[in-house]
Design a binder for this molecule. Structure first.
Ligand SMILES: NC(=O)c1ccc[n+]([C@@H]2O[C@H](COP(=O)([O-])OP(=O)(O)OC[C@H]3O[C@@H](n4cnc5c(N)ncnc54)[C@H](OP(=O)(O)O)[C@@H]3O)[C@@H](O)[C@H]2O)c1
Length: 361
């Protein structure tokens, strides 16, 4: 593998810190730029010898200055849009953890990707799994793809019980250790909804060819169903260092310290359909995706505002879905021709959701 200079965006987060472990394990990988939202980067930059750093604000200037070979976008939320578009437009390899950017800016991102012609490597474990299962297979042989969902901590809670779950309970994810926003998204299944839209763009599949199944142990990350009745699945213990390493060292699939499956201790592979009644954000995301235009952007924006309000103790868990539903009813969803129109659509959905929150308070 030739030397790769990596711009690590979201360096202080869960993905960011695991990426630093992967970088440390591979001498050809070096970090040339670091970004965070608010946490200082001075110590980390000094330790890694990085001169290009940025805390908050637009990331494209940092990327222009650092001229990386690979951008790992591990920012959380819509704040990652500019960096995703920058990498795709410049044909710079993009290792994408920030699913929100592809959901919100899917059409603009696809156009930028076509113009730039670079590599887009998913870091989300389900999409990394699909990328690997799809490699080398002609599109006409694919019947559908299946994303697995752990079901989160509330898989077995009744609709009534969901009304009173606490922030602490929602943050206690059964299988994955992640940042707070994606952990809440996993508990509501909004995360799987975002991933559904992400898969639509990444793999160019219509929504009726993307399935979701609940699989509590998160050992099967995704499956591809082929037209001949066969399915290929990707299995492994849930550990993000695997898809991060896959993306950063592609196509070499370097070794990691993550152990392979140990069958001597048994392996539970159970599957069940998701419940759209108790977890309405999943069908809402599918609906937003099918509607297209800026509906996915509005879904994402309203969800970000609602999750922040839940984490602040301002709303109940079940109100997250109600707020997103309201925003999708209120926005016009018109397609965005450029980034400024997209930012306006994002802001409109945030305003609608904040307005509803203020009204309810
Ligand atoms: N964690 C996982 O296992 C996992 C798995 C699959 C996909 N993902 C996706 O990966 C992304 C990151 O998740 P995470 O769990 O690592 O989140 P996280 O632990 O909350 O970290 C988020 C990172 O983004 C930074 N950030 C926030 N706003 C920013 C801004 N305006 N500009 C630059 N950086 C900003 C944060 O900086 P501060 O620390 O300064 O706030 C932090 O470094 C999300 O899109 C998530 O859905 C995560």
């Amino acid at each position: 593998m030739r030397d790769r200079r990596i711009a690590l965006l979201g360096a202080t987060g869960s993905i960011g810190s695991q990426a630093l472990e992967v970088v440390a394990a591979n001498p050809e990988l070096t970090v040339c730029a670091l970004a965070s939202g608010a946490q200082p980067l001075d110590d980390l930059a000094a330790r890694l010898g990085v001169s290009h750093t940025q805390v908050g604000g637009e990331l494209t200037g940092l990327l222009d200055a650092a001229a990386p070979d690979l951008v790992l976008n591990a920012v959380v939320g819509f704040a990652g849009v500019g960096a995703t578009l920058w990498a795709l437009e410049h044909g710079v390899t993009l290792a994408l953890a920030n699913k929100e950017s592809l959901v919100a800016a899917g059409d603009l991102a696809m156009a930028a990707w076509r113009r730039g012609g670079g590599l887009l490597l998913p870091v989300d474990s389900e999409h990394s799994a699909l990328f690997q299962c799809l490699e080398g297979h002609a599109p006409q042989t694919i019947a559908s793809v299946v994303l697995t969902a752990s079901g989160g901590p509330f898989r077995n809670r009744s609709a009534e019980e969901l009304e009173s779950v606490t922030v602490e309970e929602a943050l206690a994810h059964p299988t994955w250790s992640m940042g707070p926003k994606v952990t809440i998204d996993s508990a509501t299944l909004a995360n799987k909804g975002l991933e559904l839209i992400e898969a639509h763009y990444l793999f160019g599949l219509d929504y009726d060819r993307i399935e979701v199944v609940v699989h509590p142990t998160s050992v099967v990350h995704a499956l591809v169903r082929f037209r001949d009745g066969a399915s290929l699945a990707h299995l492994g213990y849930p550990d993000m260092r695997v898809p991060i390493s896959f993306a950063l060292t592609h196509p070499e699939r370097r070794a990691t310290s993550v152990p392979g499956l140990d069958f001597s201790v048994g392996l539970q592979l159970e599957f069940e359909p998701p419940d759209p009644e108790r977890f309405p954000l999943l069908p809402l995301a599918r609906h937003a995706g099918e509607e297209g235009g800026t509906y996915p952007c509005a879904f994402n924006a309203a969800n970000e505002v609602a999750v922040a309000a839940f984490l602040d103790g301002r709303i109940r868990f079940t109100e997250i879905a109600a707020l997103v539903h309201h925003a999708l009813d209120e926005v016009d969803g018109a397609p965005a021709g450029d980034l400024s129109a997209l930012v306006e659509a994002d802001e409109q959905a945030r305003r609608v959701t904040q307005g509803r929150l203020a009204h309810a308070a």
